[in-house]
Ligand binder design. Structure first.
Ligand code: BES
Ligand code: MN
Ligand code: ZN
Length: 497
């Protein structure tokens, strides 16, 4: 999509589709009112006739307009002016995007950022439009015989209408952030939607290298099994022993600040297919376990966002990548492995493999002397039971870090909800034969998984984000969501400010 900015009066435009807002009870936004006047009250009459009050999610597409240079007008309901918050604004934008898609318009002029959305400024309001449009027009077609499937060309150009030229800079900022985040989300979605037979640990590593080639300040380093062996990553390597695909530790380093500046470290679970191992998963929906690398994909993609925006920070991305399959060489229940940190782990369930690859990666993170370490992982089905699919779960050993991520999630509308990481839960990880067990029983599965990781994150500020419920959608529109790229990007944008 190509974006531009104009501050001309709407009636003078030539446009394929003019996108205008109205509040509840047909209260018109300024540009809508100006257009209504230019059209002799036509918009008001049509709104009344079609019973369109302006609720969020309601749209009215007007495609028969008096002769002139405007082909269509899309009226977008925003709800009550005083109640227009981020949720309603995004709901309205999603409806507008859907209608634009169906309209067949090739270009659009959008005046929606003039709406008042709580205390959100122009950059935020603009950015939301870019993100929602890009996400509505996302399609995963690379594995179809006919990628275009006979569909007509889609919306290619969007022009933001501003009240005055001095709003240009803020609009520009919103566009550039929105484009960077949306393309990060699309990269994460593409990688995640690719099946396990294509997106292997090696493939993921090559994609990270490809990304690094695009950005001068981004460096990729791939550690192979012999190097992981040398580091003593016995826990990580035990998972890939059951697979014919070699494990990789993907290291992406972004240098946007002086070398001595401590980095933020992002860790993402990159399990390219999780069959459960010897503790085999049931067959139903097992295909969705190709998504078990969404954490890794979003870390790789977020480093791309950071590089695209040129943030003045140092950021490291670490992605342990592996498959988890049953095999003669695979982990068996009861096996005991030694982690890089020296702690021995009794593997009571081979399906709790995410923590086994993450724990050694957390130990590895320590060498960066990080400001903070954030890991993101599709770690537990229990997370979906606890919180559903709206927020990701967050568990942390540092209140300030947790608060910063919570507020970043609110702002980016990629929200997290905190669960407790109390010592009482640690009891559940006791093992009779090793230092720690890899499962904590049926109670509080998301919390005990985080407790396990916390044993390897004692030396730095750390937060764990469980994205099992948010990284992809099941059902008819099955597919990756691109979360938590907005959360991680916003957190880092805020740190740079
Ligand atoms: N990748 C899964 C978690 C998962 C399951 C995410 C379903 C999304 C949907 C993880 O590796 C796993 O299998 N976890 C087990 C842990 C259990 C054995 C303690 C789980 O959640 O069942
Ligand atoms: Mn598993
Ligand atoms: Zn898994």
């Amino acid at each position: 999509m190509e974006y531009s900015i104009k501050s001309d009066s709407p009636a003078k435009l030539s446009s394929d589709c003019l996108v205008l807002g109205l509040y509840l009870k047909r209260k018109l936004c300024p540009t809508t009112a100006a257009m209504d006047e230019a059209l002799g009250g036509l918009l008001s009459r049509l709104l009344k006739r079609d019973d369109m009050e302006g609720k969020p999610g309601q749209t009215l597409l007007i495609s028969h307009l008096p002769e002139g240079k405007i082909e269509r007008i899309l009226l977008v309901g925003l709800g009550k002016r005083e109640e227009l918050d981020a949720a309603n604004y995004r709901k309205a934008l999603a409806a507008a995007a859907k209608s634009l898609k169906e309209s067949g318009a090739k270009s659009a002029h959008v005046a929606l950022p003039e709406a008042e959305v709580g205390s959100h400024g122009l950059p935020w309001k603009t950015r939301q439009i870019v993100e929602i449009l890009e996400s509505a027009f996302y399609r995963f077609t690379q594995l179809k015989q006919d990628p275009n499937n006979g569909k007509p060309p889609r919306l290619a150009k969007v022009c933001f209408l501003t009240a005055s030229p001095d709003q240009g800079a803020e609009t520009e900022l919103g566009i550039s952030q929105g484009k960077a985040i949306a393309s990060g989300m699309n990269l994460a979605r593409d990688l995640a939607n690719l099946p396990g037979n294509i997106c292997t640990p090696t493939y993921l590593a090559e994609e990270a290298e490809k990304l690094a080639k695009h950005h001068k300040k981004l460096k990729a380093k791939i550690l192979d099994e012999s190097e992981l062996e040398e580091l003593g990553m016995g826990s990580f390597l035990s998972v890939s022993r059951g697979s014919r695909q070699p494990a990789k530790l993907i290291v992406l380093e972004y240098h946007g600040a002086p070398a001595k500046t401590k980095p933020y470290v992002l860790v993402g679970k990159g399990l390219t297919f999780d069959a459960g191992g010897i503790s085999l998963k049931p067959a139903a929906n097992m295909d969705e376990m190709k998504y078990d690398m969404c954490g890794g994909a979003s870390v790789i993609a977020t480093l791309g966002v950071v590089a695209e925006l040129g943030l003045p920070l140092n950021v490291v991305g670490l992605v342990p990548a592996s498959e988890n399959l049953p095999d003669g060489n695979a982990n068996k229940p009861g096996d005991i492995v030694t982690s890089m940190a020296g702690l021995t782990i009794e593997i009571l369930n081979t399906d709790a493999e995410g923590r086994l690859i993450l724990c050694d990666t957390l130990t590895y993170a320590k060498r960066y002397d990080p400001v903070a370490v954030i890991d993101v992982a599709t770690l537990t089905g229990a997370c979906i039971v606890a919180l559903g699919r709206h927020p990701s779960a967050i568990l942390s050993n540092d209140d300030a870090l947790c608060a910063a991520l919570t507020s970043a999630g609110e702002k980016a509308w990629d929200r997290v909800w905190r669960l407790p990481l109390w010592d009482e839960y640690q009891e559940q990880l006791k093992s009779n034969f090793a230092d720690i067990a890899n499962i904590g029983g049926p109670d509080g599965g998301t919390i005990t998984a985080a407790c396990f990781l916390s044993r390897f994150a004692k030396d730095f500020k750390w937060a764990h984000v469980d994205i099992a419920g948010t990284a992809w959608k099941s059902g008819a529109d099955k597919g990756a969501t691109g979360r938590p790229v907005p959360l991680l990007s916003q957190y880092l944008i805020d740190r740079a400010a």
